[in-house]
Design a binder for this molecule. Structure first.
Ligand SMILES: Cc1cc2nc3c(=O)[nH]c(=O)nc-3n(C[C@H](O)[C@H](O)[C@H](O)COP(=O)(O)OP(=O)(O)OC[C@H]3O[C@@H](n4cnc5c(N)ncnc54)[C@H](O)[C@@H]3O)c2cc1C
Length: 784
């Protein structure tokens, strides 16, 4: 089937396309020739990636659905009913197979259209990102290498980290138990996850606890252990290809979707979490959203259930004070300082972002530059822009004169390496008497409890005493592990934190609900000039004009996007194999933009009853799709206004706009700033796009922002954690990541997540200090 999407072209067809490429190197010409004349099934890299996705990455239902769809086409009767031919799909000639696919996209049966959209999308994306020939053919220069000087640095964080990991491992004691040998460690505070929430929490916790060990007294050196199921990567260890980066740094190897197949989901799964592979946009939580959160977190003062569970009017006031008060703002500002956040000047934007900025200005739309968490100058990021998605190859040092490189301040760099400045003498693990250790390749299964004393008015019934999971040793062997801890913080991200709680036997029905994803659609555009989409910072502008389309704060933002060729070009419209292949070659002339929706209607996360694995239920709602469509139409106007040659969306069968350079419309279209509204052809295109809509069976949705599945609130009747991040009904158990958001943040969520991490970390420090008889801060104003 994949060969029908990307068929082998004849030598003549290939020659014709090569001649259109202009002045290119012999090497690229040869790569193009092979790309055009070969098929995906000849690619070993693609076959392995597809095999891995089918065996290990898609959920049982996802995999079953894909197989069922392909099987149906290979039975004569269903094939006849669907295509009018009894020949099984596998026996069709390449030309017949291509025609059949075109028919399936236009089938009268919505499930068939949905099937071909989904299967086609997966196959194209996996091929484009896995086959090395694609990058060479489309002209992508590749992910930048890390300078040699940096690779040789003896004191690199990676070397220190590895030494620490070995030492950590060696400290584990083997205990013989009924279920076999278990490695055991102990700590004061255990944090599950190393992403945005976790690193920010640990930064503030360790800073607050600094110096709390008092020699000659009973106080202990506080110790914090962070566990990460993914791997640690120093810059010079990062993968060299898009495919390997997705495989090793993303949840589900970057092949993750909702059970309904309605949306693809991207999340980091490596030390640093999402902050390690994200696009550096650092936006503060909007005040309107914060105001909404004061309402969502608190329930009405007379709510009988809440009162019976120990709530009081004071808590509602506390949430107002939290989200609209000074300390929350301070948390965001302090995090921004730690992340070296700076705002780009006009000359610092890449072409795609300048298109938004200038297009919005011409149309009178509200558009703002987006602050970035990077060190060094914006110019230093020119060459490495798109690689952010595969991990930052810069050194992360503001004054790295040796390499001239700057870097993205991901969580582990900003909070652990730089803010805490862990002491190199101790192997980089202590600071002011506090020990912080990270253990990668450690997947937590569940939290372990013992019956607890009632510490709170709400009546905690369980006390967290540690976690169990699996850790991989440097010998490659997996060991069962148990880490005893006085306190456990779950910061495994919105998708996994609820799974950890559910696997631990917690029954609060709100766990896993309220999954917000910021569903996103993509618009691609082609330009006369080479725009080199891999260059410069990825997301430095945002059009906010349409962020409140229903008067209740739901709507869309228009933003720049990463343009690694595999993932971005898989969204190019497919009408036929030859046209698609030829379109991919115009990658250097292509810009991509996203329309991101602050949705009204959430989904849910569950665990598979048999395997305990993550399952995601999410389908973009009618209202949210309406908003996305409105955003797409506006994005098209911006691109038209800036003179795009071609505009396409990722909805199958939707029209593509092509500028008509013939004399008839030349006057109007050569000066697009004169106005989209005066161009009848463009108006027709908008009307057709609008009529096509965003039906689930044809449109493509993605998400890189997950929020809300362990919502914060004033009562267990509608939330999972209280205002201090404590899990209702448990002692010593906290959640501190994007899952505690009361609803979608609207803005890209890293900074908000880190603000929550800081807020909860400070309060956790107070509890640790109080228990040890140490003095506590005066400016933390919520009740213990
Ligand atoms: C491609 C991409 C681009 C993005 N761009 C931006 C941007 O420009 N700006 C922005 O604000 N946001 C951006 N985001 C979103 C942002 O990075 C996330 O919202 C944020 O990192 C979420 O933080 P978190 O702490 O909730 O989870 P994460 O940062 O995802 O961290 C959770 C960590 O927990 C680990 N984990 C999970 N389960 C277990 C377990 N059982 N045991 C041990 N470890 C576990 C995971 O592997 C992961 O590393 C982007 C995200 C992606 C994927």
């Amino acid at each position: 089937m994949v060969d029908a999407f990307l068929p082998a072209l004849s030598a003549e067809q290939a020659q014709e396309i090569i001649q259109q490429q202009g002045d290119i190197t012999d090497q690229r010409r040869e790569a193009i020739r092979r790309f055009l004349m070969e098929t995906p099934s000849q690619s070993q890299a693609f076959r392995e990636t597809l095999d891995d996705a089918l065996k290990n990455r898609l959920t049982e239902k996802g995999c079953g659905d894909v197989k069922q769809f392909v099987d149906i086409l290979n039975y004569s009767i269903p094939a006849f009913l669907l295509t009018g031919s009894t020949t099984p799909f596998a026996s069709l000639s390449p030309e017949q197979a291509e025609t059949t696919i075109q028919q399936l996209y236009n089938s009268r049966i919505p499930t068939i259209r949905f099937g071909i959209k989904t299967v086609g999308g997966i196959l194209r994306a996996l091929y484009l990102r896995s086959e090395p020939l694609v990058s060479q053919a489309v002209g992508f220069p590749g992910l930048p290498a890390v300078p040699e000087e940096q690779q040789k640095r003896a004191d690199s964080p990676a070397d220190r980290f590895k030494a620490r990991r070995e030492a950590f491992f060696a400290r584990g004691k083997t205990e013989r138990r009924a279920e076999g040998d278990v490695l055991v460690w102990e700590t004061n505070v255990l944090v599950i996850g190393t992403g945005s929430g976790a690193t920010s929490l640990v930064g503030s916790l360790a800073k607050e606890l600094e110096g709390s060990h008092q020699p000659g007294t009973n106080t202990q050196h506080p110790s914090i252990i962070m566990l990460e199921k993914g791997d640690y990567f120093a810059p010079h260890e990062l993968e060299k290809t898009e495919n390997d980066s997705f495989k090793r740094m993303y949840e589900g190897a970057g092949v993750l979707g909702s059970e309904e197949g309605a949306i693809s989901i991207f999340a980091g799964a490596t030390v640093g979490g999402g902050s390690k592979i994200n696009w550096s946009a650092t936006l503060q939580t909007d005040r309107k959203v914060r105001a909404e959160w004061t309402k969502l977190t608190a329930v009405g003062g007379k709510d009988a259930k809440r009162l019976s569970q120990g709530g009081s009017g004071e808590e509602e006031e506390a949430f107002r004070t939290m989200f609209l008060g000074k300390e929350w703002q301070d948390c965001m500002d302090e995090v921004c300082k730690i992340l070296h956040v700076k705002t780009p000047e006009e000359q610092d934007h890449n072409v795609g972002n300048l298109t938004l900025l200038e297009g919005a200005r011409r149309l009178g739309y509200v558009c703002k530059p987006v602050p970035q968490n990077i060190t060094g100058t914006f110019a230093a990021h020119k060459e490495c822009g798109a690689s952010c998605t595969a991990g930052c190859r810069g050194s992360g040092e503001a004054d790295d004169k040796k390499t001239g490189r700057s870097g993205k301040m991901s969580g582990e760099r900003a909070f652990l390496d730089e803010y805490l400045q862990l002491d190199p003498e101790s192997g980089g693990a202590t600071r002011g008497g506090v020990t912080v250790e990270i253990m990668d390749k450690f997947e937590v299964d569940r939290v372990v409890f013992e019956q607890g004393s009632s510490a709170r008015a709400s009546g905690a019934v369980k006390k967290a005493v540690g976690v169990v999971g699996t850790v991989k040793g440097s010998d490659g062997v997996s060991y069962k592990a148990f880490i005893k801890a006085n306190r456990v913080v779950v910061a495994a991200g919105t998708l996994n934190s609820p799974c950890v709680l559910l696997r631990s036997g917690l029954k609060n029905p709100t766990i896993g609900k309220n999954l917000y994803l910021h569903p996103t659609c993509i618009v691609l555009s082609e330009w006369d000039t080479e725009v080199r989409p891999w260059e410069g910072n990825i997301l430095t502008t945002v059009i906010n004009e349409f962020s409140d389309l229903d008067g209740q704060g739901h709507g869309v933002k228009l933003e720049g996007m990463d343009m690694l060729p595999g993932i971005s070009m898989s969204f190019a419209p497919w009408n036929s194999g030859a046209e698609y292949k030829s379109r991919l070659l115009r990658y250097p002339h292509t810009q991509g933009h996203i329309v991101l929706c602050r949705e009204k209607n959430p989904g849910r996360v569950r665990v598979d009853a048999k395997t305990g694995k993550l399952l995601i239920d999410y389908t973009p709602s009618v209202l949210d799709r309406k908003h996305l469509l409105e955003g797409i139409l506006e994005m098209c106007k911006v691109l038209y206004t800036m003179g795009a040659k071609e505009i396409s969306t990722a909805t199958a069968g939707a029209p593509t706009w092509r500028r008509d350079d013939t004399a008839a419309s030349a006057n109007q279209q050569k000066r697009p700033a004169d106005g989209w509204a005066a161009d009848p052809r463009f108006l027709e295109f908008l009307a057709a796009l609008n009529a096509r809509g965003l039906p689930l069976d044809l449109a493509t949705f993605g998400s890189a922002h997950q929020m809300g599945t362990c919502r914060m609130g004033s009562s267990p009747s509608h939330s999972v954690v209280d205002q201090r991040g404590r899990v209702w009904g448990c002692e010593g158990l906290y959640v501190a990541d994007a899952s505690v958001f009361p609803s979608a943040s609207g803005v890209n969520p890293m900074l908000t997540t880190m603000a929550f991490g800081r807020w909860i970390g400070r309060r956790l420090a107070e509890e640790v200090k109080l228990e040890s008889g140490l003095s506590i801060r005066k400016d933390v104003n919520s009740k213990l």
